[in-house]
Design a protein around this ligand. Structure first.
Ligand code: NAG
Ligand code: NAG
Length: 393
């Protein structure tokens, strides 16, 4: 995979005009020539799993808006961490950053973030949403365990191992109930334990990144328990739309246990507000992130990207034709069932939603400022809480 980079990057990077390093793919430089039919989609994937699932969405997109996707040539990397460092593309003689698609980015990189809807044994998004909605009704918020819950694989990142130190013990109760996910055991038991719809049994659910951003994010948010979000380093395509204290409660990364303890304490003393935060995130996932909009996001992103290409995409030698049904045909069992379910059925009767104009810099500035201030506010409350406790002792 690494070996493919230079040639492809060179081809795309060298043939494009970029007017600035920071927002390249957002700039609609010029409209490409009208395209006839979609002739080409080039996707290079590392992980076979991801190939199958991700490309099934691409395929759905092609079916949904037939003839409306532009010719394009893109490079996709399924490895978790972003790699195109913005610092390498600054200064007067800087080269344009090569466009590389992946599932997450961070503040130091310029990778293009594309939605990820792939996971082990997970059903198509719309039916998951319905299931989670039903699941949310199963236990009323007030009746849920009044603690912060997390279950996952702690071995992928230091920050997760560190989180486990906040688990309840005979000596300490940080208001956290933490569990290690045992995929092997659970696969033997048919994944019942990790059934998404029945994971909403605690009032508070922790989201914490793994090696990079984690796919668990949207499931944690979709549950209408309050999300306690450990300060993330990475972002996927939607998380930056979320407001702290409105959609989630911010947790410090460098002092997790005390931060969690206070978050739960605050929530249990402001039950209406904590419930509202849980519901706001769950509504966001249900309404703003339904499959229609995810497709539209992909559609607009690919169009904006294609508009920036100023070379005509050509099919490279040795490329394998992306046949409509082959992927599905090659998949087996469960995988095949889910893929068939996930293929959008026929062309969309509606048009994609209208792409809003990019934020004016000052408007974006205000938004970011508001976020920072909310987080600072929580940290201040937290500090005072601990101060008063320490005084009592
Ligand atoms: C940019 O390129 C010019 C011309 O080659 C050179 O004189 C200048 O030193 C370079 N500037 C930097 C910052 O590398
Ligand atoms: C955390 O504590 C609970 C309750 O004692 C226990 O069941 C669970 O296994 C612990 N989790 C870890 C990761 O040790």
């Amino acid at each position: 995979m690494q070996g493919l980079y230079p040639t492809i990057w060179h081809r795309i990077g060298a043939d494009r005009h970029f007017s600035g390093a920071a927002a390249t793919w957002r700039l609609p430089l010029k409209k490409g020539p009208a395209t006839t039919t979609t002739t080409l989609l080039l996707l290079f994937f590392v992980l076979v799993f991801a190939v199958i699932f991700s490309s099934s969405w691409i395929h759905s997109l092609l079916r949904r808006y037939p003839g409306r996707l532009p010719d394009l040539d893109l490079m996709f990397d399924c490895d978790d961490r972003p790699v195109i460092r913005s610092s390498d593309h600054r200064g007067p003689n800087a080269t344009a950053p090569p466009p590389l698609f992946r599932y997450c980015g961070d503040e130091k990189t310029l990778d293009i973030v594309f939605p990820d809807w792939a996971e082990i044994n997970i059903r198509p998004w719309d039916s998951i949403l319905k299931e989670i909605k039903e699941g949310n009704k199963r236990i009323r918020w007030m009746k849920r365990e009044p603690y912060a819950y997390w279950k996952g694989n702690p071995f992928v990142a230091e920050t997760r191992k560190n989180l486990l130190t906040c688990n309840v013990s005979e000596k300490q109760d940080w208001n956290a109930r933490l569990f290690v996910q045992d995929w092997i055991l659970e696969s033997q038991q048919g994944y019942q334990q990790s059934d998404l719809a029945s994971q909403c049994t605690y009032r508070y659910k922790i989201y914490i990144e793994g090696w990079a951003w984690s796919v668990s994010e949207k499931y944690v948010l979709a549950c209408d328990s309050e999300t306690l979000l450990v300060k993330p380093k990475f972002y996927d395509f939607f998380i930056r739309s979320l407001q702290p204290v409105h959609h989630y409660w911010p947790i410090r990364d460098d002092d997790k246990c005390r931060s969690l303890k206070f978050a739960v304490h605050w929530g249990n003393n402001h039950k209406q507000k904590a419930q509202a935060i849980g519901r706001a995130a769950s509504d966001f996932i249900q309404e703003d992130l339904k499959m229609d909009y995810v497709y539209d996001y992909m559609f607009h992103l690919l169009n904006e990207y294609a508009n920036l290409l100023n070379f005509k995409p050509e099919i490279p030698e040795g490329a394998v034709e992306f046949c409509s049904e082959t992927m599905v045909c090659n998949a087996k069992g469960l995988e095949k069932k889910f893929m068939m379910e996930s293929l959008a059925k026929g062309p969309s009767i509606t048009n994609p939603c209208t792409l809003p104009p990019p934020y004016e810099p000052h408007v974006l500035g205000v938004l970011l400022k508001r976020k920072t201030n909310s987080i600072k506010q929580v940290e201040e409350w937290e500090r005072r809480y601990w101060e008063s406790l320490d005084k009592k002792q």
